[in-house]
Design a binder for this molecule. Sequence first.
Ligand code: GDG
Length: 496
Amino acid sequence: MSSDMVIVYHRQPYEEIEENGKTVLRENKSPNGIVPTLKSFFGKVDHGAWIAWKLADDPENPDFEKRIEINDDYGSYSVSRLALSEEQVREFYHVTSKEAFWPILHGFKERYNYDPVDWANFQAVNRLFAEAAAEEAAPDALVWVHDYNLWLVPGYLREMRPDVRIAFFHHTPFPSADIFNMLPWRKEIIKSLLACDDIGFHIPRYASNFASVVRSLFDVDVIERTQVPDKWIFEGTALIERAWPSILRHALHDIAISVTPVGVDVGHIDEIARSTETRLQTKEIQEETQDVKLILSVGRTDYTKGGIEQLTSFERVLEFNPDLRGKIRLMHVSVAANRNMAAYDEIQSEIEQIVGRINGRFGTLEWQPVTLISRAVPFAQLVSYYQAADVAWITPLADGMNLVAKEFIASRIDGGGVLVLSEFAGAAVELADAVITNPFSNRAMDLTIVSALEMEESEKRERMKNLRAAVKQTDVRGWVPGTLQLREKPLAVSAA
Ligand code: GDG
């Protein structure tokens, strides 16, 4: 029991790779930007702890290394690894979280499948996370739990450790009661979340939806409502909201509902963008694409990200605008993060099919309309793509925030480029100067991409200037766990 801050996140904060028969830890290269941000909090406390799962052939094996100590650039912290069998991971993560919760959170009722869910396994795995957090937390520590696959952790943890402060952050959207209440375990999930001191969301709409779900299931009082700041009230997005219930009271316990949009590390991206290596790479791409306008799309391969709808829009644009043939190119980076899951494999092959069809229909020896990249690209290279693109085309059907949009903006040190952004990405609330589009409308999709390609230079620059200012406002370095304050370690005082 020695950590002032305990982060409970299902993945380990590094990648483990085998080198010459030895296991070494390496910075996480998988497409997930949040891990370094979370680790950066460990630099602020004397000692931190991270709780994650690790696959084990035999979870009972006494040689399994349950806890390791790390001292790196981020700080000093321990990582508690919960030994889970392949079956437990499949049930807890791939079935319950990805087949049942994920579609509901993103409003895809028709994809929701709860028949195969083993709820007892989900409860057991969440209890293991709670036990590990209870063991690591110092008195009054802050325990920060992340995402829906750990929804039951706060309830279990509160029973074990009434003293700790519990914060929970949702990286996904949160739907209204009409959709959320399709989950048969709705009451158990919400009861657990009500054990938190603070529940965080990216944008006011998700916070409001959450409050509506709570009120449908429990008697709660709204103690405080908060007006949404003017800068986030923008009529052009479907996710507009004017106020949200920011303190709820249930059974004499107050729960803060906070809105803390996640941003990107602007300084870090700026450094990469200004490096000689990136500039050279950017120049190379620009030389290769100098006669065409480059449209860039980046995201995980997931039905929520709208890859199929985007590719079919590109196909229509080429079909109905013959003058654009040979003049534009789409680079579609779609990285699979959940291999071997039927729903994701299907999307991957559908994407490959459409790309093949477009290239077959319109391509020539000199010009290939779409380049599909299905493997993870090193981040510095991604920054070069962001810099070389004329348009970033980010059109998810639903997305908690969407960090790709913000990374694109942070990379544009030249002040150029156009962002076309879906009104169903949380980021749209902050980024009113993007060209906002509706990915459910063919007409809106086709018109906005063409207008982005034709935009006057002065308008592009004006919009990008405002976008860059907006992205700086939610720099992830200023991100804190909702209304709860960290007990930061005292600043070292010099002996002079
Ligand atoms: C969840 C929520 C929310 C992508 N391709 C490559 C690559 N990426 C990186 C991007 C970015 C990250 O992956 C994707 O972040 P997003 O925010 O766009 O999306 P999710 O993974 O779905 O994340 C989302 C987020 O949590 C944070 O709260 O915004 O709504 O769904 O950082 O750069 N990185 C590299 N190569 C790639 O090919 N290196």
